[in-house]
Design a protein around this ligand. Sequence first.
Ligand SMILES: [Zn+2]
Length: 529
Amino acid sequence: MNQKSTVPRDAAAIILLNHEGDRVLWAQRNPQLAFLGGYHAFPGGKLEASDALVKINNCADAAELARFIACAVREAFEEVGVLLVRGGEKLTRGQRASLHDDLISNRMTFAEILEHWNLWVDAADFFYTGFWTTPKFSHLRFKTRFFLAVCPLKQEPYAAISELQNVEFIKPNDALNEWKNSKVLIAPPVLLSLKTLAETYTNSKEKINKDKQDEQDRKSKIQNPKSKIEVSLHLCVENLLKNAQKADGQIRYMELNPRVICFPLKTETLPPATHTNCFIVGRKKLIVIDAASTDKSEQNALHTLVDSFIEKGFACQAIIITHLHRDHFGGEMILQKHLQAKFGLSIPIAAHRLTAESLADKVEFQKFIEDGEAFDLQDENGADFQLQTLHTPGHARGLLAFYDAEFGFLFSGDNVVGSGSVVIAPPEGNMKDYLNSLERMKNLPNLRFLCGSHGSAIFDAKGKIESYIAHRLEREGKILEAFEKGAKFPPEIVQRVYTDISPALYELAEKSVAAHLEKLFEEERISYE
Ligand SMILES: [Zn+2]
């Protein structure tokens, strides 16, 4: 694995409030992007060398932050067309557009543009709210410094580059409601920030309502709306910074929606993946899927989270293993024993019968799960929802996927993953079954998002599954062609068809070819006579 790629890159992002201070700017990343495609996020991006050349006034006590402020200002201009500089009010919208074009087309650096137009960045316009680091499971990682700023009057943010869409100012509570109803996926640090903003706004609104009793004070707030913003701004910055510092900028797990926690655990999985996603689905009534890590500190981190739910009186109904591969089991019996010892609970370990049979000498199972079986779960507020079981053989005979039909959220196991590729290796793997399973998942009514056992959640679930099917069928077409031209066995077919992979992967590719040949033979499209 490329070690260098796992070192977080420096980046900056901007939490941009509207001029009234009651809304925050978010935008949807283009669903085609490899990193968090389709997610809602704040404007931002990675630090560039030229950011150090931007002159920042009043930055004496935060000199090390200057280049990150410059980066955030440049990104805000590049991505949403907002120019957070002093002296910018003299520019017309047309002039700003022309400057934007100069920047995007690399005719001038941001520093050159500012100097040429006699504009400058003032550090007093930016409030540092801490940094967040992309978790280790992702092979594209950023250490992003966040700054809060207020949008200048007469500037309307817009999608200034194709990487973004649906740029809008939204009340933090409304943004959270979109997420609570599973309408959007939100980048983890953005979700944490929105929660903090929503909480701060609610609290300071209560304070302002109390202040209303003082008529004089109320009048002064109306005459000078900025005083109201300043209360919120100050508290927002304080709370955002406090939360980022408390977590040391680390994101240990992600809430994909209010019903689902994705807790990536370090496992011995196939590169480029390094982690297996453990899911906690439900809250007051929950299940744990793939508590797979054999690493003690990973197990402890998961136990701490599960313990916090049990201590609130929430009930764990089962610990589930999706399938027999070694990166999907290994911590479930330790979790079971831990919950027995600490709380006197007897939580069953469950899997499909075929998985349980294969792992009989390694794991003790108390329950089998069949296709169509539904788990009755509850969210944090005690609202009921169901998680349906789908038996989806192909990658493994006993592979289970799970579906929350109401939210359109699919747990696809190793059928479809956010990073790495899926191995179909006979006899455990079966290409015909696999394609049928993909087809079945693709046709789930209301399907919207999916999260596989490795990598990030995927915004366009249906499109992703369709691309998997298309990719397999394209490979199959080439395999059939090679076969017809005389390459009858996997090693020679791999040489002809898999021209785009490194020799280290030939062995896996040969298994894949064997799976395709098996399918073609079964369908009587090839014969060995
Ligand atoms: Zn697997």
